[in-house]
Ligand binder design. Structure first.
Ligand code: SIN
Length: 485
């Protein structure tokens, strides 16, 4: 495969109980930039998913009993190996997912960073002693790994969306089964190869790659041996999975869809706002849950922002992400491109004005031109739906109250961004926005030390940061009596 130095990183079978498990049938992993087959991967079924759960269950007792610093050593080995193989992992990621190589390298460092972070955080799982109501009792609180964790992860961040969950789970003492998206299984399998080289015991980290999303999903959300389920993906699918988890009352954490507002107030530094909007909107070709979805600009600065923003958008280099200097790669599928075309066309028919872009890109069938729409109103489909593509709808506003109401008028609550300099406004707006994460004069807010997660229908639980371990731990209360003589 294209310039991968360590060919042993290319794995095409599920990784279960420390074995590479082939199946009778396989499916093609396609390069979204070219349509070429990158690899043929064994198609695991419900049977393999069940085996993976059994392997994780068997490995749980010994893994959870290891001292945290022993688990940390193995996690650190894994982190080191991922960074050593950053270039190869990034190439694999770009080939199957499409994002530009520089972004893919960034994702590997970001993803590996969670392993390093949680290796350390796992050593700091403290309990409590609580003053007792009785002289005859001691009240002690300890924390324990929840058990086997199952997860389903998306194609837009094939590496980091796995490590953000798996590293926290493993550091807490849980064992882990992941079904990665079938568009991007190679990144997950390469990580499994490195986990094995790092010395992570068989059964602790399992990867089940299979096209039977419903069947495998059913196992991972209903199997009685799974204690916790975690998902990153759309709100619609998240709701189905939460319902399925209810049958065995699993602990769940969900990182779901977004409809991020990006607000430019009249006291903003406009050049900074333009730079921020470009990064937040167009990274990963707009296929990010925290991507800017609606740009609100105060009337006084509408013309100057729009003019500078549109120039910057026109200058974005679109093409195959494996080539040098590309900033926007392909979208994941032709269906995804069709969805964006429909949103843009509908909005234009409802009165939006096409400022730049608005068509398929000549680079190939999965490419769409970076697009800017003006004269957009909040009721248009492009403003109500998660676009998940390289399209910026610009909506103008008069007052702070008006824009806060428009920004909050959505069932989503993942990320929001605003640019302003007035200190009173900064506090008022940060308080009023109903979102789990707010970028203030900043558009890249994700990092290992920060709690990632949403409110409303954008999900529950937090990933990364010191809070990211909580979802993988149970609080256990010990009441010790018979103390008084
Ligand atoms: C996502 O799209 O869900 C993750 C984005 C990020 O971690 O910044």
């Amino acid at each position: 495969m294209y310039k991968i130095k360590d060919q042993a990183l290319i794995k095409t079978c599920s990784y279960i109980a420390g074995n590479w498990q082939s199946s009778q049938t396989s499916f093609d992993v396609l390069n979204p930039a070219t349509g070429e087959t990158v690899a043929q991967v064994s198609d695991a079924s419900v049977e393999e998913a069940t085996l993976a759960v059994a392997a994780a269950n068997k490995a749980f007792k010994a893994w959870s009993a290891l001292p945290a610093h022993e688990r940390a050593k193995l996690l650190r080995n894994w982190f080191n190996l991922m960074m050593e193989h950053q270039d190869d992992l990034a190439r694999i990621l770009t080939l199957e997912q499409g994002k530009p190589l520089a972004e893919a390298k960034g994702e590997i460092a970001y993803g590996a960073g969670f392993i390093e972070w949680f290796a350390e955080e796992g050593k700091r799982v403290y309990g409590d002693t609580i003053p007792s109501l009785s002289p005859n009792q001691k009240v002690i609180v300890t924390k324990q790994a929840v058990g086997v964790v199952a997860s389903i992860t998306p194609w837009n961040f094939p590496n980091a969306m796995i490590t953000r969950k798996a590293a926290a789970a493993l550091a807490a003492g849980c064992t882990f089964v992941v079904r990665p998206a079938t568009q991007t299984p190679l990144s997950a399998l390469a990580m499994a190869e490195l986990a094995e080289r790092a010395g992570i015991p068989a059964g602790v980290f399992n990867v089940v790659v299979g096209e039977d999303a419903v069947g495998i999903g059913q196992v991972l959300t209903t199997h009685p041996d799974i204690a916790k389920f975690t998902f990153t993906g759309s709100t619609a699918v998240g709701k189905i999975l939460i319902k399925q988890c209810a049958s065995t009352v699993k602990k769940v954490s969900m990182e779901l869809g977004g409809n991020a507002p990006f607000i430019v107030f009249n006291d903003a530094d406009i050049d900074e706002a333009v730079k921020g909007a470009i990064i937040s909107k167009y990274r990963n070709a707009g296929q990010t849950c925290v991507c800017t979805n609606r740009i609100f600009v105060q009337k006084e600065v509408l013309a100057s922002f729009t003019e500078r923003f549109a120039v910057a958008v026109k200058n974005l280099q679109v093409g195959n992400g494996i080539e040098d200097d590309i900033q926007i790669g392909p979208m994941i599928s032709s269906t995804a491109v069709d969805g964006v075309i429909k949103l843009v066309d509908d909005s234009i028919s409802q009165g939006a004005i096409l400022h730049t872009g608005g068509n398929r890109h000549h680079a190939g069938s999965h490419f769409y031109q970076p697009t800017v729409l003006t004269n957009v109103t909040p009721d248009m489909s492009v403003a109500r739906n998660e676009i998940f593509g390289p399209v910026s709808p610009i909506i103008s506003f008069d007052s702070e109250d008006e824009v806060i109401a428009m920004a909050n008028n959505t069932e989503y609550g993942l990320a929001a961004y605003f640019y302003a300099r007035d200190i009173g406004r900064v506090w008022r707006v940060a308080q009023a926005l109903e979102y789990g994460m707010i970028g203030i004069n900043e558009s890249i807010i994700s990092n290992v030390a920060a709690p990632f997660g949403g409110v409303k229908q954008s999900g529950s639980g937090r990933e990364g940061s010191k809070y990211g371990l909580d979802d993988y731990l149970e609080i256990k209360y010990l009441c010790m009596g018979g103390i008084s003589q």
